[in-house]
Design a protein around this ligand. Structure first.
Ligand SMILES: Nc1ncnc2c1ncn2[C@@H]1O[C@H](COP(=O)(O)OS(=O)(=O)O)[C@@H](OP(=O)(O)O)[C@H]1O
Ligand SMILES: Nc1ncnc2c1ncn2[C@@H]1O[C@H](COP(=O)(O)OP(=O)(O)O)[C@@H](O)[C@H]1O
Length: 297
C-alpha cells in the first residue's frame, strides 16, 4: 500500500518526485545508522534490525510529511510565482546545460582583460545614461570590448512587454541581469544603466552576474535636482499625474546601503565621476592601463 501511494505521488509532479526520492534515500541511510547503533549498544543484531526495520516506515512517513509541510512555510523563500518559476526550471528534466570548449577565461585572455558589469542605479535624471556613455567611450578608447545596456533601449525591445509596476520592474531587472551575464561570458564589459529601484532586485542581479563581476555604482542625485534637470520632461508629466508609477514621485526608490562606488552627481562634475570610476577599475585590476593616462580624461 505504501509503495502504491509513493508511486502515485511519484507520477504527480517533479517536486513531489524529488521529495519521494529524498525521503527514500534519506530513510535508507537513517535505517542503516539506527540498525548499526542498536546492534552496537545492545550487542544484539536482531534488536538492531527490529528497531531499524520499524522506524524505516514510521520515519519515512514522518519525513515526507515534514518536507511537504515545510513547503508551505514562506520564511526565506521567493514570492510564490517566482518560486514556482525557479523550481520548474531547476527540475526541468529535458534541458541540459551545454558547455563549449571555449570558456569565459579563454575569451578574457584573448581580450587581455577581465569582463565585468558596471551596474548604474539611480533616479531618472540622476546621470546614469550620461556616465554610461562617457565610461563606454573611455573604455573603447582603451581598446576594451564594452557595451551599454540602457533601460529606455531594452524597454523598447526585448522588454517591451513590461510596464513600470513593481512586479514588472523586478522581471525587467532579472532579464537584464541574465543578458549582462551572457555578455560577460562572451568576454564583453557591460555598463548597465537602469533605475533598478529595489534593493532585492539588485541583489538578484548581483547573484546572477556573480559577486566578483558585479560593481554597483550609486548614481546619487537628490530628487529636487533630478526634477530641476527634468531632462526628458517626465517629472512634469508625473507630477501632473500624466505618468503613473513614476520613480521618486509615485513609485519608491530604495537607495543602496553599501554600493561599490558612490557618486554624488549633484555635487560632482561628469569628469570627476569618470575619474572615480577609472580609479576604482585600475586599483581593483579590472583595467590594465596607466593611471596617469586615465587622470588626463
Ligand atoms: N514610470 C516610470 N518610472 C521610471 N522611468 C520611466 C517611467 N516611465 C518611463 N520611464 C523611462 O524609463 C526609463 C527607466 O527604465 P528602467 O528599465 O531603467 O526602469 S526600472 O529599472 O525597471 O525601474 C527612464 O529612463 P532614465 O530617465 O534614463 O532613468 C525613463 O526614461
Ligand atoms: N556628475 C554628473 N554625472 C552625470 N550627469 C550629470 C552630472 N552633473 C550633471 N549632469 C547632467 O544631468 C543630466 C542627467 O541625465 P541622464 O544622464 O539622462 O540621467 P538618467 O540616465 O539617470 O536619467 C544630464 O543633463 C547631465 O549633463
Amino acid at each position: 500500500m505504501l509503495t502504491d501511494i509513493l508511486l502515485r505521488l511519484y507520477k504527480l509532479d517533479p517536486l513531489i518526485k524529488r521529495n519521494v526520492l529524498k525521503t527514500v534515500s534519506w530513510r535508507i541511510i537513517g535505517t542503516i545508522d539506527t540498525t548499526i547503533l542498536g546492534w552496537l549498544i545492545t550487542s544484539s543484531l536482531s534488536f538492531g534490525l527490529t528497531i531499524g526495520g520499524t522506524e524505516l516506515f514510521t520515519k519515512m512517513l514522518l519525513y515526507y510529511g515534514h518536507e511537504r509541510l515545510w513547503q508551505k512555510v514562506k520564511i526565506g523563500l521567493l514570492p510564490r510565482d517566482k518560486q514556482s518559476m525557479f523550481i520548474k526550471r531547476q527540475n526541468e528534466p529535458h534541458l541540459f546545460k551545454q558547455i563549449g570548449k571555449i570558456t569565459r577565461k579563454d575569451r578574457e585572455e584573448l581580450n587581455d582583460n577581465p569582463s565585468f558589469t558596471l551596474w548604474l542605479t539611480g533616479l531618472s535624471g540622476s546621470g546614469k545614461s550620461t556616465l554610461a556613455s562617457e565610461v563606454e567611450s573611455w573604455l573603447f578608447e582603451q581598446n576594451r570590448r564594452v557595451y551599454v545596456l540602457d533601460g529606455d533601449n531594452t524597454r523598447l525591445g526585448i522588454n517591451s512587454d513590461l510596464s513600470f509596476s513593481d512586479e514588472d520592474r523586478t522581471e525587467n531587472i532579472r532579464r537584464v541581469a541574465e543578458i549582462c551575464k551572457l555578455f560577460n561570458d562572451a568576454g564583453t564589459i557591460v555598463i548597465a544603466s537602469f533605475i533598478s529601484p529595489f534593493i532585492n532586485d539588485r541583489i538578484v542581479a548581483r547573484n546572477l552576474i556573480g559577486e566578483d563581476s558585479f560593481i554597483e555604482i550609486f548614481v546619487d542625485s537628490s530628487i529636487e535636482t533630478c526634477q530641476k534637470r527634468d531632462v526628458k520632461g517626465l517629472y512634469k508629466l508625473a507630477l501632473d499625474g500624466k505618468i503613473k508609477n513614476f520613480t521618486g514621485v509615485s513609485s519608491p526608490y530604495q537607495p543602496p546601503v553599501n554600493s561599490d562606488i558612490h557618486l554624488s552627481t549633484d555635487q560632482m562634475s561628469v569628469s570627476e565621476c569618470l575619474n572615480t570610476i577609472a580609479e576604482y577599475l585600475t586599483s581593483n585590476h579590472l583595467i590594465r592601463c596607466k593611471l596617469k593616462k586615465l587622470l588626463s580624461i
